[in-house]
Design a protein around this ligand. Structure first.
Ligand SMILES: Cc1cc2nc3c(=O)[nH]c(=O)nc-3n(C[C@H](O)[C@H](O)[C@H](O)COP(=O)(O)OP(=O)(O)OC[C@H]3O[C@@H](n4cnc5c(N)ncnc54)[C@H](O)[C@@H]3O)c2cc1C
Length: 478
């Protein structure tokens, strides 16, 4: 006997949203987390580790689908957008449009309350240890309950929203759809702190009350970036992400032994905003470290009886590492797909396949292209990034690229004649190659397989372009 229509494992952003949606559609839903109901969405002992920035359009998508609105307290500070600065701080590139700098604990609670309002049952302090597999189908989850006793819970569809280190994903049977492990090179090791700073600082290259700032700098944040995101009440979310391989190369070249912690300390020292600052550790959420994936989302995100969503499927944007938006969108679509499958009594691979199609259409279609652009960025040193941002593309073209839309490079013919120096020429050629591959990937994703039978050819095409990009443009931060 199946006990539940839908089991949602993980009550973070993606899981609470999926549960709220399936509950709204009248399904009998169980939401499980190792946290108690008092701390929904807390990722680790370090708190709700995140930069907290999300685009307004993603919030609106959830509000429309759930017929609910978020309070201003949960949404936090409204911002005009995200702005990336070149290493020499002379060039600013906006992306993502209007958004919010969330109060993550309150936002997590708001999503959780929406799920409860829709009749979802919650089981807290339960540690999920793996999927129940019978006849090559996921039939629920097993794990340890509050008393430390093993429990098995059965459901028609299991939604995996356990985040990046998901034990459900990693314990699925071998299959061609979902990679069980995320390649170390595709992970950003990140840390972030919430500080209260002094009022009156007005150099918008280092801090901007109206924008979430990203500092691209391959020496300060090899293979990643640093960020300073404004929050309500004069607080700031400051953090840094690095790619392990890039950090190793940079340390070796400069005979340094920096790690993530020391890099964050140096980044804070570098930024004149932080002359005077104090840790804001309310809700025990002031400091912490965690990882975020910057690859395309898993090529397929369903398995018989199983849908993966959010960080468990590596769905964060490969360029910005923004994962809240895709977790929200994925949560809504997963809740709907699971409900449809239960109603039609078809929870097979085919019965759940539409989740892939809908997700790719709604959000995921340009992520593989953006991954190639990320690989390109990681292959450049600071000078190449400064020069390339100013000289190779127009401002409008750069903005288009951040959205994953590929412009015809208007300066191509002019630049090709003018570029001087081996490094700049290589960068320029790589940029042209990169935009071509982004275009190819976008068209491959525009034709996402409508059923599992066409999946192998699709995956093979995607993986071969990504591998080609990695071979052509290895990490080379300094
Ligand atoms: C430092 C940092 C900065 C970031 N900045 C941003 C940003 O500014 N904007 C943005 O959009 N994204 C950002 N991200 C990414 C974003 O935080 C994630 O993409 C998002 O939280 C994904 O939500 P999720 O629900 O899929 O997973 P999670 O938030 O990780 O939720 C997983 C849930 O599963 C539970 N869980 C896990 N394992 C088990 C288990 N075995 N048993 C029971 N429960 C379990 C956890 O308790 C948690 O509640 C950042 C990430 C990091 C690390």
């Amino acid at each position: 006997m199946d006990e539940y229509d839908v089991i949602v494992a993980g009550a973070g952003v993606s899981g609470a949203t999926a549960a709220a949606m399936a509950g709204k559609l009248g399904k009998n839903v169980l939401l499980i987390d190792r946290n108690s109901a008092q701390e929904p969405g807390r990722k680790t002992v370090w708190g709700w580790v995140c930069g907290d920035a999300v685009a307004k359009s993603h919030i609106t998508f959830v509000e429309k689908n759930l017929g609910e609105t978020f309070s201003n307290q949960a949404l936090g500070l409204k911002v005009d957008g995200v702005v990336a600065l070149s290493p020499d701080l002379s060039y600013k590139l906006p992306f993502d449009g209007e958004g919010y700098s969330l109060e993550r604990p309150l936002f997590g609670k708001a999503l959780f309350d929406m799920a409860m309002k829709n009749g979802v049952e919650f089981k807290g302090k339960f540690s999920v240890e793996g999927p129940i597999i019978e006849d090559n189908k996921v039939k629920g989850v097993f794990g340890k309950n509050e008393e430390g006793k093993e429990e098995r819970i059965r459901g028609k569809v299991t939604i995996d929203a356990l985040g990046i280190a998901s034990l459900l994903r990693r314990k699925l049977p071998e299959n061609p759809y979902i990679d069980k492990e995320i390649d170390y090179e595709d992970l950003e090791l990140t840390g972030r702190f919430i500080y209260k700073t002094e009022d009156g600082f007005d150099d918008t290259r280092y801090y901007d009350k109206k924008n979430a700032l990203i500092h691209l700098n391959q020496q300060m944040a090899p293979g990643g970036y640093g960020w300073v995101f404004p929050k309500k009440d004069g607080r700031v979310n400051v953090g840094l992400g690095v790619q392990h391989r890039s950090l190793e190369i940079r340390n070796k070249k400069f005979s340094e032994s920096d790690n993530l912690k020391s890099l964050i300390e140096k980044y804070v020292k570098w930024n004149p905003l932080f002359k005077q600052y104090q840790l804001d550790n309310s809700s025990r959420n002031g400091e912490g470290y965690w990882s975020v994936s910057v690859r395309r989302q898993m090529e397929g995100m369903v398995y018989p009886g199983y849908i993966g969503v959010g960080d468990s499927m590596a769905s964060a944007n490969p360029l910005s590492a923004g994962g809240i938006g895709p977790a929200l969108i994925g949560g809504i679509l997963a809740g709907k797909a699971a409900s449809v499958a239960v109603e039609s009594s078809d929870t097979s691979l085919e019965g759940l396949w539409n989740f892939n199609v809908d997700y790719v259409k709604q959000y995921g279609k340009s992520m593989a292209g953006l991954e190639v652009f990320r690989i390109f960025l990681q292959s450049m040193n600071n000078q190449d990034i400064d020069y390339g941002m100013r000289s190779f593309i127009t401002y409008e073209e750069a903005v288009e690229i951040t959205y994953g839309r590929i412009p015809e490079l208007s300066l191509t013919s002019k630049v090709a004649k003018l570029v001087r120096g081996v490094g700049a020429l290589r960068t320029f050629k790589d940029l042209v190659w990169t935009t071509q591959k982004m275009k190819e990937l976008n068209s491959i994703y525009a034709d996402y397989p409508k059923s599992p039978k066409d999946f192998p050819q699709f995956k093979q095409k995607v993986v071969s372009i990504i591998n080609e990009a990695k071979a052509r443009m290895p990490s080379s931060p300094v």
